[in-house]
Structures are given as structure tokens and as C-alpha cells.
Design a protein around this ligand. Structure first.
Ligand code: NAD
Length: 300
């Protein structure tokens, strides 16, 4: 297997025809990403020849290229675009020509499209979270929402919540500066007392990494949850986090992180190919990873 950027690009373009759509993901520690399967399965179902390549400097020998060099290399090789993830979502912005509304609000880009000699930046996490909430919790209520975590995901979630009409957004983060910065950008307020904020909230969103398999626990004491509240977790490995399990046991309406993960890919697919994606099909591919994991498979 190719062990550097140039080698992977050479492999990707080898045998590609004029209709081949070359896309990928630039990020670190992404070897277990579900994006290649979601994009390639959807493309296959639509009769599109699409190749999705994981560009992960952690998996390469030698020095780590700068994000602008990775971008330039895939652009020069004829890629239609790339997804971008940790730790490059903010750094990549300076190397783009056109930003759509979502990254201008969020301050980060997770999808770059190369078109007409220009680099267009989008943030499909924003739309992905909004769409998952629209479908999963259509009735809200969206009066007051407590958001836990003001990092990359939290920023996309905060702006998505505002776009859905949330009136009062309370933001909590162990890093008070991060909470204050996001509160200023998203017309929210820094939460000073978690118990008081939880009591006022119609809904609570976890956008911290707490609850992931490698970081078990909950970012809020589940004893603070009330049955009238909805609880949404953006963590998707596992899908049923400790927070969601506790919320469900208390009678709260729950939304897991799969929707955001799938719908960000749905929108990215449409941006890359110009073709509408079938979200149920991409969801089925996403879910197949969990079935494989439960059956003792390698993918998860
Ligand atoms: P990040 O490191 O950018 O931000 C995490 C933030 O949470 C940081 O500001 C940190 O200070 C804060 N935090 C950590 N522990 C906390 C606690 N106990 N209480 C309050 N704040 C706390 O990470 P990120 O990129 O925003 O990712 C966060 C999680 O969201 C990850 O688990 C990631 O896998 C998940 N995610 C899911 C999707 C999806 O599509 N479902 C998309 C992006 C990220």
C-alpha cells in the first residue's frame, strides 16, 4: 500500500477514466472512517465511478505535509473535492477561494470542492446536524437548548440550532474561553451553572467527546435530566452513549449521532458529484458498520 501522499494519489488516478470522480478525506487517525463506504456505495448504486481515498498523515512515513500542500496535490491530480477533518478544519479555510454561508458562520470547513479553477469551502456538518434534528425531533421544542462542548462539532451544532429557531442557547465547556468564543459567534450565552441551565433547557446536546468508547462517561450528571427534555448526542461510536442510555431510562426523547454523520456525507456527496444522494441508502451503509462490529467484525 502507498505510504505517502504522492503514492496514494498515483494509486487513485491509476486507471481512472474521464468520468471517474476522485474524492477523499484529509485528516489524522481516520483509518476507521465510514465515509469511503458511504460515498462509494452510493456512487455504485447510481452508476458513478467514484474513488474515495483516505489521506492520513498518521499512516505515512516521513514528514507531515502542510494542509495546503495536500490540497494542492489532490487538486492538481484532478480530484473533484475532498472532505477535511481533524485537525485541519480551521486551518484549511485560509487556502480556499470561496466560502459558502455555513463555513462563514462556523469558521471551519469540512468539504472542499474544486470547480472552475477555484476552491469552494462548505461546512456540511452544519447542515447534517440541522437535517438530523429536523427529521429526528421535528417538534422540538427549541426554546432553550443547553449545548455541551464548544469545539469543532459544537460550533457546527450551535449555528445549526440557531438556524432552526432556538431562542436561547446556553453553552458549557470545561474550556471557558472556547465557550465564550462560541457564545459570541452564535448569539449564545456561557453557561455558568450546569444544574441551573439544565433545569431551564428544553433540550440538551452533547458535542463533547465524552461518551466515546475511548472516553466513557457523561459530560453532564444524568440525574439532572428530566423526562420532558430531548437529548441529542453527536458521538456515534458507540451510537448508544451512556448519556443517551440514561436519558432514555428517564423517559427523554433521544437522538443519536448517526444522523449528523450520515447527512454531512449526503450533502458532501451532492457537492462532489452534482447528483442527489439517497440518504436512506447512505444510512444503511453507515449502519452496516455497527452490524459488523456487533458480529465481531473488524470494521467499526
Ligand atoms: P473538539 O476537541 O474540537 O471539541 C470538544 C470540546 O469539548 C472542547 O472544547 C473541550 O474543551 C470540550 N469538553 C471536553 N470534555 C468536556 C466536558 N466534560 N464538559 C464540557 N466540555 C468538554 O472535538 P470535536 O471535533 O468537536 O468532536 C467532539 C465529538 O463529536 C467527538 O466525539 C466526535 O467524534 C464527535 N463528532 C461527531 C460528528 C457526527 O457527524 N456525528 C461530527 C463531528 C464530531
Amino acid at each position: 500500500m502507498a505510504r505517502d501522499l504522492g503514492g496514494q494519489i498515483a494509486e487513485a488516478v491509476d486507471g481512472a477514466g474521464p468520468d471517474t470522480v476522485l474524492v477523499g478525506l484529509i485528516g489524522k487517525g481516520i483509518q476507521r472512517s465510514r465515509s469511503p463506504a458511504m460515498h462509494m456505495e452510493e456512487a455504485r448504486a447510481q452508476g458513478i465511478d467514484l474513488r474515495y481515498v483516505l489521506f492520513d498523515p498518521d499512516a505515512w512515513s516521513g514528514a507531515e505535509p502542510a494542509v495546503q500542500d495536500m490540497l494542492a496535490a489532490v487538486e492538481a491530480a484532478g480530484f473533484a473535492g475532498v472532505n477535511v477533518t481533524y485537525p485541519y478544519k480551521k486551518a484549511v479555510v485560509a487556502h480556499l477561494d470561496v466560502l459558502s454561508e455555513s463555513p462563514r458562520q462556523v469558521g471551519a470547513v469540512n468539504t472542499v470542492v474544486f470547480r472552475d479553477g477555484r476552491r469552494h469551502g462548505h461546512n456540511t456538518d452544519f447542515w447534517g446536524y440541522a437535517e438530523s434534528l429536523r427529521r429526528g425531533l421535528p417538534a422540538g421544542p427549541f426554546g432553550t437548548v443547553l449545548l455541551l462542548g464548544a469545539g469543532g462539532a459544537g460550533s457546527a451544532v450551535a449555528h445549526a440550532l440557531k438556524s432552526l429557531g432556538v431562542r436561547r442557547l446556553l453553552i458549557a465547556d470545561t474550556d471557558r474561553d472556547a465557550a465564550a468564543t462560541l457564545a459570541a459567534a452564535a448569539a449564545g450565552a456561557v453557561c455558568v451553572d450546569l444544574a441551573a441551565a439544565a433545569a431551564q433547557a428544553d433540550g440538551i446536546v452533547n458535542a463533547t467527546p465524552v461518551g466515546m468508547v475511548k472516553l466513557p462517561g457523561t459530560a453532564i450528571d444524568p440525574a439532572l435530566l428530566e423526562p420532558r427534555q430531548w437529548v441529542s448526542d453527536v458521538v456515534y461510536f458507540p451510537l448508544e452513549t451512556e448519556l443517551l442510555a440514561a436519558a432514555r431510562a428517564r423517559g427523554c426523547t433521544c437522538l443519536n449521532g448517526a444522523g449528523m454523520a450520515v447527512f454531512q456525507a449526503v450533502r458532501a456527496f451532492e457537492l462532489f458529484t452534482g447528483r442527489e444522494a439517497v440518504s436512506a441508502r447512505m444510512r444503511a451503509t453507515f449502519d452496516a458498520f455497527d452490524h459488523a462490529a456487533r458480529a465481531g467484525g473488524e470494521r467499526s
